[in-house]
Design a protein around this ligand. Structure first.
Ligand SMILES: Cc1cc2nc3c(=O)[nH]c(=O)nc-3n(C[C@H](O)[C@H](O)[C@H](O)COP(=O)(O)OP(=O)(O)OC[C@H]3O[C@@H](n4cnc5c(N)ncnc54)[C@H](O)[C@@H]3O)c2cc1C
Ligand SMILES: *[C@@H]1O[C@H](CO)[C@@H](O)[C@H](O)[C@H]1NC(C)=O
Ligand SMILES: *[C@@H]1O[C@H](CO)[C@@H](O)[C@H](O)[C@H]1NC(C)=O
Ligand SMILES: *[C@@H]1O[C@H](CO)[C@@H](O)[C@H](O)[C@H]1NC(C)=O
Ligand SMILES: *[C@@H]1O[C@H](CO)[C@@H](O)[C@H](O)[C@H]1NC(C)=O
Ligand SMILES: *[C@@H]1O[C@H](CO)[C@@H](O)[C@H](O)[C@H]1NC(C)=O
Ligand SMILES: *[C@@H]1O[C@H](CO)[C@@H](O)[C@H](O)[C@H]1NC(C)=O
Ligand SMILES: *[C@@H]1O[C@H](CO)[C@@H](O)[C@H](O)[C@H]1NC(C)=O
Length: 635
């Protein structure tokens, strides 16, 4: 059948199974172990990244089920090499950031973003996960609450405890009830470094004195404050510990295959039941094939690509799909909405008059770094600590019109869901507890203004990258309707990267948040009544000449980056009436045999880096999937 411009994709979607089960093609397709890809598996996982490999391991470990993970990247050395093992995506121009565009970096490699990330391991506060629970409709104590998710945080990790030689002055305590004690060397290692740089000590002592700043007994206990946190590092080698090393390498299971260099274009449905996926080799030129899923198709392509695959499969906002020439299978307005990431300003910096002294006793006690890793110290605080005006910010959040700060013409369910989020956020802000949401996160492991690499010497100043860790703005990830409609085939359409619109600072209250953060940091480091007054700091950036809200806003819009590489939320686990995409069991609304297990299901970004929460979600997802088999609810 000839394909004419503009009709290609519609045609391909109508011709379901057109390339199904071509025996010659299948037998030529080898998995990454050199074997042959089968025509069907019990579970087909889309994306061999952080969540995909974790769930693949758990579903295949009993030997009862056959599992295939399909990954667009290759097996290659880990580490961030932009454009080589990440996707090449440029964001939409950011209206709130002077129309600049930004590189959207997510992993394209076996192991996904866990193979390229910064390795920091943190978790959010109790409120982060209790709000996830409430947005799914099961109340604050539901299955996704802090209380009930904790066992999955523990399951996915093997704790490498702190070095007992770290000086007691750091008051560094760990409570094992928050961490995994599985010692088989087969999980992701969560490693405290063997040293804390002595020049972090004056910052620890000073910030501890700030009113309202908590010092939790353990950085992973769901509380805010001065937190020690870890790295995903294998203590035996110092190498990265990630989804591939923990959940693929060395498994060699006959029932667990990995197909690399292959893109999943779409989910194949029979009615509204997912029965397989259509794939093409990377680059979009080879023949397409269909691989069948006897039990479920599991989406793990990450926050940027999971909504793209759903939209190309006819599951998404009907108006978008129609514009793109795609037949609507399920009108699900939330697919691609609710996009969140952390933002930060670069940088807020001070120069000491007299650098704070480091006790000599500490220098002599501190173990030498063996090069493996260092324990990090961070400060994470509720809005009531950041701003005396926290209640007025919460009130404004509640009273502002949700529709006015969301993308124009947002579906009523999305507006309703955002309003629900805002009331839960406001409640957490006003409650002002140690388990509330964070509204500022900074690293206190010193960064220098005037370089010194010597951890025993106070740097001449501090360069902080304050993170707006619970931004109010919401973005979108949508396929490009015009280009998709013009594409000559589905394979070609799926090579077109989606439009990633961060919409950072689109909610003007985010400006209030960042202004408060800057004023707070000014007060902490330069106020004559502050804990660092003796060291006579002067402000370098944004600079003391910028004082009014308008002056600071201008600087913030110029200096903000829309991402800390923590994209989440585009297929949120929320009630359908709130614009949600998956239910409490991570099933896609309106479909059967289809789940999502990656960071796209986070309804709210965590007040922390995201990978540890992704591992926890994946561990829980694996249990949910297996439970359905026991209960006989599979299709
Ligand atoms: C540069 C960077 C730094 C980061 N730093 C940190 C940090 O220090 N600490 C931290 O906790 N978190 C960090 N993160 C975030 C964290 O790594 C992610 O939140 C997490 O890994 C996401 O897991 P995921 O399973 O949702 O997606 P991913 O791990 O990204 O997996 C998605 C996989 O799907 C594949 N895929 C996509 N589309 C298709 C398709 N159509 N067909 C086949 N395969 C497909 C992708 O290639 C990828 O491998 C960072 C992320 C990045 C990118
Ligand atoms: C990104 O671009 C580089 C250079 O053109 C290319 O080699 C690489 O395959 C691209 N990555 C992806 C995921 O398409
Ligand atoms: C950004 O682009 C829009 C549309 O082109 C334009 O109206 C606006 O003035 C631009 N903003 C800035 C700060 O340049
Ligand atoms: C895990 O690794 C450590 C360090 O190499 C080793 O001492 C221990 O025996 C290993 N445990 C197992 C179960 O292999
Ligand atoms: C150390 O932390 C514990 C637990 O938070 C606290 O009870 C104790 O007072 C702290 N000790 C010092 C010296 O700060
Ligand atoms: C650790 O990383 C190095 C450098 O990438 C590599 O050569 C080595 O094989 C790795 N070790 C293990 C055990 O994976
Ligand atoms: C503090 O800074 C002021 C102005 O820069 C300077 O005059 C004064 O000597 C400094 N004091 C100390 C203790 O560094
Ligand atoms: C708090 O709000 C009041 C009025 O609402 C304003 O006068 C004051 O400047 C604000 N304070 C801060 C620290 O933003």
């Amino acid at each position: 059948m000839p394909l004419s411009r503009g009709t290609g994709l519609a045609w391909a979607l109508a011709g379901l199974w057109i390339t199904a089960s071509l025996p010659g093609v299948l037998s030529q397709t080898t998995n990454s172990k050199g074997g042959t890809i089968k025509e069907s598996y019990d579970y087909v996982i889309v994306g061999g990244g952080t969540s995909g490999l974790t769930v693949g391991d758990r579903l295949s470990e009993s030997g009862k089920y056959s599992v295939l993970a399909i990954e667009y990247g290759y097996i290659e050395p880990d580490g961030l090499r932009l454009g080589q093992n990440t996707y090449n995506i440029t964001s939409a121009p950011a209206a709130g950031l002077n129309n600049k565009t930004f590189s959207v970096d997510v992993g394209c490699i076996v192991g996904g973003s866990s193979a390229v990330n910064g390795r920091a391991l943190q978790r959010g506060t109790k409120d982060d996960y209790d709000i996830w629970s409430q947005l799914g409709g099961s109340g604050p104590d539901g299955p996704w609450s802090w209380k009930n998710l904790l066992k999955y945080f523990r399951k996915g990790l093997q704790l490498v405890p702190p070095n007992p030689d770290i000086p007691a002055d750091f008051n560094f305590t760990v409570d094992y009830k928050y961490w995994g004690q599985n010692n088989g060397n087969k999980s992701v290692f969560a490693m405290y470094g063997n040293t804390i740089p002595p020049n972090a000590y004056p910052l620890y002592q000073g910030t501890k004195q700030l009113p309202g700043v908590n010092v939790p007994e353990d950085g992973g206990n769901g509380e805010l404050g001065l937190l020690y946190y870890m790295q995903a590092t294998d203590p035996r080698t110092g190498n990265r510990s990630y989804a591939r090393t923990a959940h693929w390498d060395g498994l060699n299971r006959p029932n667990y295959d990995l197909l690399v260099g292959t893109r999943v274009n779409r989910i194949v449905f029979e009615g509204t039941t997912a029965v397989g996926v259509q794939t093409t080799p990377r680059g979009g030129t080879g023949p397409s094939l269909i691989i069948k899923a006897k039990k479920e198709v599991i989406l793990a392509a990450g926050t940027i690509h999971t909504p793209q695959i759903l939209q190309l499969s006819g599951v998404g906002p009907a108006n978008l799909l129609k514009k793109a020439g795609i037949k609507v299978k399920v009108d699900l307005p939330g697919v691609g909405a609710n996009f969140q990431d952390h933002t930060f300003v670069s940088d807020v910096s001070f120069r000491w008059g007299t650098p704070p002294p480091i006790p000599q006793s500490l220098i002599s006690q501190t173990p030498a770094s063996n090069g493996i890793s260092r324990t990090y110290l961070g400060l994470s605080v509720p809005l009531s600590v950041v701003s005396a005006n926290y209640s007025s910010i919460a009130q404004t959040l509640l009273s502002q019109s949700s529709a006015s700060v969301l993308p124009p013409d947002s579906h009523p369910s999305i507006v309703k869901g955002y309003s629900s989020q805002k009331s839960l956020l406001a409640k957490s802000i006003l409650s002002s507890k140690d388990t509330s949401l964070s509204y500022l996160r900074i690293s206190l492991t010193p960064l220098t203004v005037l370089p010194t690499d010597n951890p025993n010497v106070s740097p001449a100043g501090l360069s902080l990258l304050p993170i707006n860790i619970h931004p109010f703005s919401r973005g979108t990830v949508y396929i490009d309707a015009v280009k998709t409609k013009a594409a000559l085939s589905l394979a070609a359409a799926s090579e077109i990267e989606p439009i990633v619109d961060y919409r950072a600072l689109s909610n003007p209250l985010d400006i209030s948040l960042v202004i408060s953060q800057i004023r707070f940091l000014r007060a902490v480091f330069t106020s004559p009544n502050g804990p660092f007054a003796a060291y006579n700091a002067t402000e370098i950036n944004p600079g003391p000449q910028l004082q009014t809200d308008a002056e600071l806003e201008k600087w913030i819009r110029e200096k903000t980056s829309p991402s800390v590489y923590h994209p989440v939320g585009t297929c949120a686990k929320m009630e359908r009436s709130l614009g949600g995409v998956v239910d409490e069991s991570l099933r896609v609304y309106g479909t059967r045999g289809l789940r999502i297990i990656d960071a796209s299901i986070f309804p709210l970004v965590t007040g922390a880096t995201t990978s540890m929460s992704v591992y926890a979600v994946a561990e829980k997802a694996a249990d949910l999937i297996k439970a359905d088999q026991k209960g006989g609810h599979g299709h």
